[in-house]
Design a protein around this ligand. Sequence first.
Ligand SMILES: NC(=O)c1ccc[n+]([C@@H]2O[C@H](COP(=O)([O-])OP(=O)(O)OC[C@H]3O[C@@H](n4cnc5c(N)ncnc54)[C@H](O)[C@@H]3O)[C@@H](O)[C@H]2O)c1
Length: 350
Amino acid sequence: MSDTKKIAVLPGDGIGCDVIPEAIKVMQAPRAAVAFTEFDWGADRYLKDGTTVPEGGYALLARDFDAILMGAFGDPRVPSNVHARDILLGLRFRLDLYANVRPIKLLDPSLCPLKNAKLEDVDFVVIRENTEGLYAGVGGVFKQDTADEIAVQEDVNTRKGVERIIRYAFEYARRHGRKSVLMADKSNVMTHAHGLWQRVFKEVAKDYSGIEARHMLADALALAMIREPRTLDVIVTNNMFGDILTDLGAALQGGLGMAASANLHPGRTSMFEPVHGSAPPLAGKNKANPMGAILTSALMLEHLGMTREAERIEAAVLEAVRQKKTTEDVGGSLGTKECGEWIAAKVAGR
Ligand SMILES: NC(=O)c1ccc[n+]([C@@H]2O[C@H](COP(=O)([O-])OP(=O)(O)OC[C@H]3O[C@@H](n4cnc5c(N)ncnc54)[C@H](O)[C@@H]3O)[C@@H](O)[C@H]2O)c1
């Protein structure tokens, strides 16, 4: 039986189509045992035939593939963003990819906007709940387009959902030799929802005696990410706070072009995507930074058990950053393709 892992590739829209081919090029350099099947889901397909996700699409990906690699979704020609919602949120919810893992690691001090930042100052990971909270789509509008309009968006927090993400964070800390797990919430004002997070966090923490359990309010954490990022290790938080705080985290590591993420459900087909969106003004101009997508592919290979290949890719990206073989957003002068080619050559030992 072949050990080759099957990867579904969805480049998506905008710069997703620029950066994903570079990630593939780089994964082929160490001869990683992966086979790619590309899908055309995205704005072009939607505008052509109205399809967002074809019939049976979610089940197909979950059944026939070991992992999914995605670019980004969002196109000004589709103002409703319906295709992005069906594809991106659809996959997260339907495949129950409850853990969004976003490492925030500084590769070179020159990339950090903080004064006198050192490498060891920025090295933490945010684990964001990915299937509930304010993004669950529960709510509605009443008396729309009248002066009396009411819009309600419910914050959904289930015992099961909260417990599994907190447990995932502690397990992650244990597996990666991390010392603390910090939960960020707004339990001072969101007493019902985040009261649940508080109770579950204290309970789960008891099972992990070697790992320090910390708590901060999400707004205080935003301040700490700038003032004392060195004190942070593993952070666990809800869907919306995780979304916002990881953009701040991306800024600490050099911007959205550098940030990688994984959407996981242990034991199931999981999905990997750079943190950035489709950046329409950059699309097709050979300007987008492919490093977020390339580091994402390293996360995916590590998840699939190809640790050595993942380490070679991370080392090559680090070297590219040090030698300024980068795109303009992080201080270099290479195009998307040239940057991808440089990293692929480094990985291949050329
Ligand atoms: N996961 C996703 O698919 C995802 C995430 C965020 C936004 N979006 C969508 O993307 C579209 C654009 O959204 P936005 O502008 O708010 O966010 P964006 O991430 O696309 O871009 C924000 C800023 O970051 C810069 N940037 C982002 N990625 C970069 C890269 N790889 N290299 C260099 N610079 C980079 C862009 O120039 C822009 O200034 C919207 O349709 C939005 O809904 C999709």
